[in-house]
Design a protein around this ligand. Structure first.
Ligand code: BGC
Length: 500
């Protein structure tokens, strides 16, 4: 059974999976049984100008800089990290960047997505003091990439807020908008001549919802149903300001692209009943529309505004917990996305304590038939990425899209057949989405190498390269998946021979 034909009619009917759910399930079981799943692989080649890359983030691979919220938390609350470790050295990319570039070169990527550690450029978070050593480090990295024919895709903010800014309220404070904009301007000035792709923020939902709502991630601010909305408003305005600065002051000479990164899991209706279909759409709007809608259409999704205002009034608030902004505060920008998982949906929670998940009111589950990984939230559901890409095209007026992260977690084995299967089936579904008409420009594997997986420490591995964290030299070894991805990049094809 070809996955292509299982999935296509579903998309054309507009998201409902209906009776086809069984086919997906069977396919996933089959894939698991056979390891490498040719049935999930398309024979369509990618266009010649399609770009493949690999990604990391500063905090997960570098060391030595001013203190960020992550440094503060992992040093002061080691019990929050699965193995009690820190990222003080991690992959030692600060000293070994030439070796990182050698890996990228061996892999044959067109671009490398990495982030700038804000505290390496501005140790206290503001432009009052610029750390020249940090500037040199990123200049050297960008030059090394350029000399090897690899474009830089830079994330300005991958969660490592300078602790000194967290101390004055972090992303809850309007003052952050100008402070961040100045940081962004400084980076455009310092590095922009050699940078083709900029992303302002990595996965706003993750650090706003988990960092300022539920409080499980740094800076551990617990204010459910309130903090995440305050944070998002400030971050979206900071994004808009940085975007405009690039547009007005740098784009003409530097000629790059700039956007924000949103993450979501794919919400698939459990059945094709109108209630389930509506619930899935509600889930998408609450997790992706929350960010995409203000940027594309100038405001939060109507369903969020109505539901949160209504629940806030019933909870006794005198205004909505979702703070408003005016339409001219946010414009239309390029956007990128990342996807790891799919979920199903539906119900109306009782009024009580405020919470984002009650505001969303979509019950979710992951099918037990979906293949797992070493991380509970990460399931192998490749058709989800095709569903999401098509939904983005239909909902946001056919934008250009870059998949900025996609990857599989295990315990670090070198013979990582499951990772190969993951990449083959997900990259296939990206290609199928392009055949559906989605304008995907590039795909990025997460991650180039094993690294510090946030609160999972070094217990979960995403790398195409294995890193020996017990060796002071941090020696690295290519995994089997590295050879596979290398071939995909070289041939633009996920199987041995593609049709062109
Ligand atoms: C983040 C990465 C992280 C990956 C796997 C994304 O949320 O951007 O930094 O390592 O997912 O958890």
């Amino acid at each position: 059974m070809s996955n292509r034909w299982q999935v296509r009619p579903i998309i054309e009917k507009g998201h409902a999976i209906g009776g086809a759910a069984g086919c997906h399930t069977q396919c996933n079981i089959y894939c698991l049984a056979t390891g490498l799943a040719d049935d999930n692989a398309t024979d369509m080649a990618f266009p010649d100008d399609f770009l493949f890359g690999a990604a990391t983030a500063a905090y997960q691979v570098e060391d030595g800089k001013g203190e960020s919220v992550w440094d503060y938390v992992v040093h002061n609350f080691p019990e929050r990290v699965e193995d009690g470790t820190t990222a003080d050295v991690t992959c030692d990319s600060y000293h070994k960047y030439k070796e990182d570039v050698a890996m990228l070169k061996e892999l044959g990527v067109n671009f490398y997505r990495f982030s700038i550690a804000w505290t390496r450029i501005m140790p206290n978070g503001t432009a009052d003091y610029i750390n020249e050593a940090g500037v040199s480090y990123y200049r050297n990295l960008i030059k090394e990439l350029k000399d090897n024919g690899i474009e830089s895709m830079i994330t300005l903010y991958h969660w490592d807020l300078p602790q000194q800014l967290a101390d004055i309220g972090g992303w809850l404070e309007d003052s952050m908008i100008d402070i961040y904009a100045e940081y962004a301007r400084t980076c455009f000035q310092l590095f922009g001549d050699d940078v083709k792709f900029w992303t302002t923020f990595n996965e706003i939902k993750e650090f706003c919802q988990l960092g300022y709502g539920e409080g499980g991630l740094p800076p551990l601010h617990y204010e459910p149903g309130i903090g995440e909305y305050k944070c998002t408003r400030v971050v979206l305005k900071a994004h808009a300001k940085a975007y405009r600065i690039y547009d007005e002051e740098f784009r003409a000479t530097q000629n790059g692209m700039i956007g924000a990164i949103f993450d979501t899991h794919w919400f698939e209706p459990r059945t094709n009943s109108s209630e389930d279909v509506a619930a899935a759409e509600q889930g998408r709007q609450f997790s992706f529309g929350w960010f995409a809608n203000p940027i594309v259409n100038g405001d939060y999704p109507e369903i969020m505004k109505t539901r949160i205002a209504d629940r806030s009034a019933k909870e006794g608030f005198n205004q909505s917990r979702l703070p408003e902004f005016t339409e001219d505060e946010i414009g239309v920008h390029q956007r990128y996305l990342r996807l790891y998982r799919s979920q199903h949906c539906i119900e109306e929670p009782e009024i009580g304590d405020p919470s984002y998940s009650k505001d969303m009111a979509v019950s979710q589950y992951q099918s037990p038939d979906w293949e797992g990984s070493s991380i509970s939230w990460l399931k192998v559901v490749p058709w989800g990425i095709r569903g999401l890409l098509n939904w983005v095209r239909e909902t946001y007026n056919d934008p250009y899209v870059i998949v900025t992260e996609n990857g599989y977690a295990d315990d670090g084995v070198l013979d990582d057949d499951m990772r190969i299967h993951y990449y083959q089936s997900y990259i296939s579904n990206v290609r199928l989405a392009m055949d559906d008409g989605v304008k995907v420009l590039a795909y990025t594997a997460w991650s180039l190498m094993d690294n510090y997986e946030w609160l999972n420490g070094y217990t979960k591995k995403f790398g195409l390269y294995n890193v020996d964290f017990n060796d002071p030299n941090r020696t690295w070894t290519p995994k089997k998946s590295m050879e596979y991805y290398k071939k995909v990049i070289a041939t633009h094809c996920v199987i041995d021979n593609c049709t062109r």
